[in-house]
Design a protein around this ligand. Structure first.
Ligand SMILES: Cc1cc2nc3c(=O)[nH]c(=O)nc-3n(C[C@H](O)[C@H](O)[C@H](O)COP(=O)(O)O)c2cc1C
Length: 312
């Protein structure tokens, strides 16, 4: 029996497979494809203090590999989440991460303070990185001081684990990783979508109403892998890899570069059962390669050095 459990700070997950925010509803919608007990955890869509209508259509656009979105964090707000979603999460056998967004540090703090009443929420993931609000200019995503400040302010109002989700749209993601670690994050999710755009040259129409949006799916995997590795070697907190993962080999690549877990987003749109299939196949794949536990693989890449000199 291969031991699949992984540790993310104080959280123990039964396996390293998580859904990515915004691609899996709040989790329950997907239950007949992926049962909660087959997963390490569920990450909710971003919840904001106030309801948000999101961006104008079209807000999804296919590309040669993966797609562009500019949903704009549409959601019904934290009060509706607490009233309608949280009661249904009671007794669900999965670690629940609630992803929180906001237009200001005060918004993040107020939303988390409201969520503190919900025992069903096991951890927070702070969306410091959505490219689809404020015209792609959300400063937490690119300014280490602001990212540190938001993380610290949330850290101060909760005892639950806080994961800061970073943007790949920066020149040095290691600076962002160190900043949120300094702000007290228990872990990092690396990464959100890449900024991209598409256009039909025949009629000059952009693929998205907002022109630019977030690019996700298989095409971004090498960028996401590099970002995750760069975070791993810059901080001593756990890193959750995300971006372009669509096969079990992809999952194992993110683990070998040092991620403690992974999130899968866009690939679930073409195969909603993918996460369950991966969870089923993972033990045999590790056993074939001679591993007794998934933790033996984590961070085993040659030449990987973590801060403090440890090679794992
Ligand atoms: C349609 C769509 C909606 C998304 N919504 C959110 C969101 O609400 N909050 C968030 O933090 N990330 C959101 N993301 C980003 C994903 O969680 C993930 O970071 C990104 O898509 C890269 O992973 P992937 O290539 O596996 O999809 C969204 C992505 C997509 C495609």
């Amino acid at each position: 029996m291969v031991d699949l459990s992984v540790q993310l700070g104080a959280l123990v997950l039964r396996n390293p497979l998580l859904s990515a925010s915004g691609t899996f509803g709040h989790g329950l919608e997907m239950e007949h494809f992926v049962s909660p007990e087959s997963l390490g955890g569920w990450v909710s869509k971003t919840v904001t203090l106030e309801p948000r209508h999101g961006n104008p259509a079209p807000r999804i656009c296919e590309t040669e590999a993966g797609f562009l979105n500019s949903i704009g964090l549409e959601n019904r707000g934290v009060d509706s989440y607490l009233e309608k979603i949280v009661p249904a999460l009671k007794g669900v056998d999965a670690v629940i991460f609630t992803n929180v967004g906001g237009a200001s540090p005060d918004d993040f703090v107020a939303a988390v303070e409201r969520l503190e009443e919900a025992d069903e929420v096991d951890a927070y993931e702070l969306n410091l990185s959505c490219p689809n609000v404020q015209g792609g200019k959300l400063p937490y995503g690119t300014d280490p001081k602001m990212a540190e400040d938001v993380t610290r302010r949330v850290r101060d109002v909760t005892k639950k684990p806080v994961f800061s989700k970073l943007s790949p749209n920066v020149s040095r993601i290691s600076d962002m990783a160190k900043a949120v670690e300094a702000g007290g994050a228990d872990g990092i999710t690396a990464v959100n979508t890449l900024l991209g755009m598409s256009v039909d040259w025949r009629n000059g129409t952009p693929g998205l109403a907002t022109i630019q949006g977030g690019y996700s799916g298989v095409g971004m995997k090498p960028v996401a892998l590099r970002c995750a590795w760069d975070c791993v070697r810059s901080v001593n907190i756990p890193v959750i890899g995300c971006g372009g993962i669509s096969t079990l080999d992809d999952v194992l690549e993110f683990l070998v570069v040092g991620c403690s877990a992974v999130q899968i987003g866009t690939a679930s749109f073409s195969n909603p059962s993918l996460l369950a299939e991966m969870a089923e196949e993972l033990p045999a794949r590790l056993a074939e390669a001679g591993f007794d536990s998934v933790r033996e693989l984590i961070g085993s890449m040659h030449g990987l050095e973590r801060p403090g000199g440890s090679s794992k």
